[in-house]
Design a binder for this molecule. Sequence first.
Ligand code: PRP
Ligand code: ADE
Length: 240
Amino acid sequence: MSSPNNLATPSTTSTTQAPADPAATAPSTSSHPPASSPDPTLTSNAQRRLPASAAAGPPELASLKIRLRAAVRQIPDFPSKGILFEDIMPIFADASLHEALIRALDLHVAHTYGPDEKPDVVVGLDARGFLFGPSLAMRIGAGFAPVRKQGKLPGPCITASYEKEYGQDFFQMQSDAIKPGQKVLVVDDLIATGGSAAAAGSLVKQLGGTLVGYVFILELDFLKGRDKLDAPVYTLLSSQ
Ligand SMILES: O=P(O)(O)OC[C@H]1O[C@H](OP(=O)(O)OP(=O)(O)O)[C@H](O)[C@@H]1O
Ligand SMILES: Nc1ncnc2[nH]cnc12
């Protein structure tokens, strides 16, 4: 796995310099709210696998977000000094939180896209976009396609470059991953500078896909990564 501070734009470089880094002054793990107790209504809905349209009021989404936000750990100075790392792994360690994440994203899709706009394909970014992209795709009745770092996918591929902190990197998709005209939702755990997501979007467009949106669990607002993206951006949880 490459470093999560692989941020390339001028603003990105500043995230590695502790004194100038807004992340360095953000609340640490110790200031997190305590985990809320399980919501019995949510749990029973989740277990019954209700379609998002069936019980999908904003109060349910609000409750899901509170539980999910409380589960994300913030690790100071990882992977390098000045970076406040948002660790989403506790969500996946707990089946009920994992279900809450997929349910929340399912609600977002159901409320955002009409019957003719629903994504045909969810595209997940290497590597943390693979943790929930396939489950979300299955839940909303879409296919899943990976964007991988260069050299990992067999067969004909297309390539897009993106900027990282210390130079360029490359993303690839298999050439047949998306059919022309398919509606595509790009998902990843976190948007920082937006370089990775923008490169993924350009791959989708190269394949003739129609980009209908981006979904992230977290966003580092101060890096303004969403300004690089030319489709609607949804971030589930508030962050740094
Ligand atoms: O908005 P950006 O500045 O492009 O940064 C965001 C990307 O950085 C992290 O991935 P990373 O490249 O560290 O890979 P990983 O998922 O393999 O850890 C994160 O999971 C996003 O994919
Ligand atoms: N602060 C951060 N936490 C987790 N992943 C990241 N990717 C880029 N910045 C990150």
